[in-house]
Design a protein around this ligand. Structure first.
Ligand SMILES: *Cc1c(COP(=O)(O)O)cnc(C)c1O
Length: 405
């Protein structure tokens, strides 16, 4: 059993007051807080081995390179990649999507009239880069519709698939509604028509055990900062043969084999996609975050968070005028509104009482439009949240609703 009270001692930021009230941090889908193991890892890197990687013969450079490559191995193992070369360090999920969209766009795999499929549940960062690619190449973006319960219409998805489909990009868990998508099914259907698959794992990485081979995806992306790691670092998993085949997207140091002014040959994956000095400390601290998750056990984290989210849904459901979005078996995030009350007003009052929740469209404007709303209030959970915090959120909501009605 996970003990969130014991765990909280490892998160210095949680021990503060907002407006004289204890901070209750329920904005974990936007970013998670960092444990001492991660903070210490960053500090230790700069105190002991800071140096540029892969280029130096000297001792510090060797130590930094070894730590950077060990981090890659840790992440490869966590995602059950078949080799560490399938792990590319990026600056985050957004960067990973743009990498694939750009490299894929530069390959000879796309021609006018082809189609890319995304879903109506996507974050803007898994929407706009594909849209930009489609505009540039004259290809068509198709969207899997969202059903009224906040799940994807998978029958409609089957209808959208054809030999014109070249890539399917969906999230694993919706950051807006907490919907868990059946990515195994989505990927296997895509494979039947020969399409590539991209899974946006920004929300699944802190809540689910991820096996890229079981999912059967060609690409899987996530951000460090949503899984107890630092900002400015992220991951793109890609199948090795595919990475060999795709052209690079950014040019610079590290991504080359040999440069002359006439012709440059490119390095092998993953280096082909890692131009320039990377976020070395970020990669190492991200591996510390992944170790932190593995030590707690993702299934205990998931069990604990599921109890919190179920109880939150019960509490909100009992309040007058409440609408909860998304299916009951959600993960990570819970989105809701109250009739006649603006999410922003409620969020502002909650902030005054020490509660950090997100209000607005959650970077999912098309999804909000689908439900005829401008936004929601969203509570999202991490391993360090407690049932006490959930109960106190219920009390705070009652108070705030009374003030607004
Ligand atoms: C946060 C998020 C992103 C974008 O991640 P960045 O860290 O901002 O690049 C993409 N997709 C989902 C589902 C997210 O939750």
């Amino acid at each position: 059993m996970l003990d969130p009270y014991k765990l909280r001692s490892e998160f210095p930021i949680l021990h503060q007051e907002i407006n004289g009230k204890p901070l209750v941090y329920l904005d974990n889908a936007a970013t998670s807080q960092k444990p001492l193991a991660v903070l210490n890892s960053s500090r230790d890197y700069y105190e002991r081995i800071n140096s540029n990687i892969h280029r130096g013969v000297h001792r510090l450079s060797q130590a930094a390179t070894a730590a950077h490559e060990t981090a890659r191995q840790t992440i490869a193992k966590h995602l059950n990649a078949s080799r560490p070369e399938e792990i590319i360090f990026t600056s985050g999920t957004t960067d990973s999507v743009n990498l694939v969209a750009s490299a894929f766009g530069r390959s000879s795999r796309l021609k006018k009239g082809d189609e890319i499929i995304i879903s109506g549940l996507e974050h803007h960062s898994n929407t706009v880069p594909w849209q930009m690619l489609c505009e540039r190449l004259g290809i068509t973006l198709k969207v899997i519709p969202v059903l009224i319960d906040g799940t994807l219409d998978l029958d409609a998805y089957d209808q959208l698939l054809s030999e014109r489909t070249k890539l399917v990009a969906v999230n694993h868990i919706s950051n807006a509604f907490g919907t868990v998508n059946n990515v195994i099914h989505i990927c296997s259907q895509a494979k039947k028509v020969g399409a590539l698959t991209f899974v946006d794992g920004a929300q699944s990485i802190p809540h689910l055990s991820i096996d890229t081979q079981l999912i059967g995806c060609d690409f899987y992306a996530f951000s460090g900062h949503k899984v107890y790691g630092p900002t400015g670092i992220g991951i793109l998993f890609g199948k090795y043969d595919l990475l060999c085949d795709l052209p690079p997207w950014k040019g610079g140091g590290e991504m080359i084999k040999e440069v002359t002014f006439e012709k440059t040959t490119y390095n092998d994956p993953p280096f082909k996609f890692e131009a320039g000095t990377p976020n070395i400390e970020g990669g190492i601290a991200l591996a510390a975050a992944i170790d932190f998750v593995d030590n707690l056990g993702i299934s205990s984290i998931n069990k604990h968070e599921s109890l919190l989210i179920k109880r939150t849904a019960e509490i909100i459901d009992e309040l007058e005028g409440a609408t909860i979005y998304g299916p009951d078996d959600r993960a990570g995030a819970l989105s809701f509104n109250f009739k006649g009350i603006h999410h922003y007003d409620l969020g502002t009052l909650l902030d005054q009482m020490g509660f950090a929740l997100r209000t607005g469209h959650h970077c999912c404007q098309p999804l909000m439009s689908r439900f005829g709303i401008t936004g929601t209030l969203r509570a999202s959970f991490a391993a360090y949240n407690t049932i006490e915090e959930v109960e106190s959120l219920g009390e705070a909501l009652k108070k705030a609703l009374m003030m607004l009605r």
